[in-house]
Design a protein around this ligand. Structure first.
Ligand code: ZN
Length: 273
């Protein structure tokens, strides 16, 4: 049975009504001196956080941005990329021929999932209810473009971790049995990522620390101080990174074992894994 796309506000869940209320409130903040067409939007994340936005117009016209994208970008910039629903309210919108966000905003929503529900409140108390998939058929999506995607740091980390198998362990660890899959791989994993990131010019500096009875390697960015520890999960206690010391790898070029890991990881990334 097809889901009705126009429903009464009262028939929505309390969470959906809360989202719509947030969009209504946000419309009051709109900066729209050129169109006098205020719009408010509110996006609901997977863990039920709400971020709001309003349209912000610019005298240059081109720098104007829609309420929907303000809400989405606020959420993404706070670390939220999984969404359940987006509510919109435009108090000056006509009842007939009303829209559900512009094409650009629909495409931005599609970046984060085609199943996001868009709820557009009308002044007669009815709500237009459609998924992004319904609003933007044949959308560009990250999966469609996956083949061309430049691997991000998390992609590279995942590919390296998936490439760590016992055959790339140094001989002195190869005989140690009964440990987890990360044990003995810290040096080779850090080395692989360091070179995949572009070596010294990436800003990452290899770090070494003594932890839980052994020497542990990871990377630290010298400017942002971001810690990247690909094998830190092997430990029971948190690694006291503040005590780590910067140092160089034993060789300038990737070691033979690291090169194996790099080749495998690049093959995985090329497959879009
Ligand atoms: Zn828009």
């Amino acid at each position: 049975m097809a889901i009705k796309s126009l429903v009464r506000l009262a028939s929505l869940t309390s969470l959906e009504r809360r989202l719509i209320k947030a969009a209504c409130e946000a419309s009051g903040k709109a900066h729209c001196p050129y169109s006098n067409f205020p719009v408010g939007a509110a996006i609901l994340t997977y863990d039920n956080k709400i971020f709001t936005g309003c349209n912000i117009e610019s005298c240059s016209s081109g720098a104007t941005i829609c309420a929907e994208r303000v809400a989405i970008f606020k959420a993404v910039s706070e670390g939220y990329t999984r969404f359940k629903a987006l509510a919109i309210y435009a108090p000056a919108a006509p009842l007939k021929g009303d829209s559900c966000g512009c094409g650009i905003c629909r495409q931005v929503l599609a970046e984060f999932g085609l199943d996001v529900m868009v709820l557009k409140l009308r002044n007669d108390g009815m709500v237009r209810r459609k998924t992004v998939k319904q609003l933007l058929p044949n959308a560009f999506t990250p999966t469609i473009r996956a083949g061309k995607r430049v691997p991000t740091l998390p992609d590279q980390i995942r590919a390296i971790v998936d490439s760590l198998t016992p055959d790339v362990l140094s001989p002195r660890y190869a005989k140690v049995t009964g440990r987890n899959k990360f044990f003995g791989h810290c040096y080779v994993a850090s080395e692989a990522l360091f070179h995949m990131q572009g070596g010294a010019q990436s800003g990452y500096v290899p770090q070494v620390i003594h932890h839980e009875g052994g020497t542990h390697w990871y990377l630290k960015h010298q400017v942002t101080e971001k810690i990247v520890d690909l094998t830190g999960k092997q430990f029971r206690k948190p690694v006291p990174y503040a005590q780590g010391k910067g140092c160089g790898f034993l060789t300038k070029k990737p070691s033979k074992r690291a090169q194996i890991v790099i080749d495998r990881a690049n093959a995985l990334l090329a497959k879009g894994a």
